[in-house]
Design a protein. Sequence first.
Length: 305
Amino acid sequence: MARRRFAGAATQLGTEVSINFGSSLAGLVIPVVGAFVVVAVRQLVMAAAVLPFYRPKRASLTWRRLRPAIALGVVLAVMNVSFYVSIDLLGLGVAATIEFLGPLAIALFASRRVLDVGCAVAAGAGVVLLIAPGIGADAAGGPSAAEAGVDPVGVLLALTAAASWAAYILLTRRVATRLPGLEGLTVASLVSLVLLLPVAAWTFDPAVVDWRVAGLLLGVGVLSSALPYSLDTYILRRITPRLYAIITSFGPVIAAVFGVLVLEESFTPVEAIAIVVVCGAAALALATQRDRRVSDLEATAQTIP
């Protein structure tokens, strides 16, 4: 079990780097082709990667078995579209920090510890600092996102992505323990693709696509969908949702780094501190919690390869 947990945790850390690098590439291409096209390409790449190897058996396609996977597909579509549009409106660092409230809420929902309440308040204060207007200029002397006023639509979309991410964690674990291999993810990716393709086709402009745009779209699909989502079922069979959330608490910092390196974003000292406060409060709350006891049935389900 210790080896399984270490393998799951190490893989999860790698997927955090992959997802946030892919998100930074998405930030480059969204203004060109639009968020729906980017997300549709993501899901298309993921479906192409997993479908040849994990084709669901027709006899097993019952509503009762597939209901969690179908719900996961809807959540994937909502989560990705809302997050990518929020990146375009807020920037990667700010959007990723707000979105992280989703897995944090999952970890703290059932807690009654005073420490957890304090950490939740600290994380909330960090987000308020991040989106509050009039904090100061960036390092280059220009107006920061905070000074200019954060787009409320972007904040609302980032919160939608946060709620969807919370649902994604719960549904992925349920799908992983009910359906073999990547069968559940295959169904979810197809459902998401069916939902997104009509809007993507309506908004797609072939004239803006060249080899650079095509390469960015492919990179986003591989780094942000095919690779990490294929590994999430592997990860969540080996670690608990709480440990998943602990590792994910480093995500906003990774996102901010890629925002600076790839998207040339800048942060005021207060904004940088706010991101660190959110991550630090989350890591403290999550790391000091105890894993709940699981039943024999749950323990057996978690060991399914």
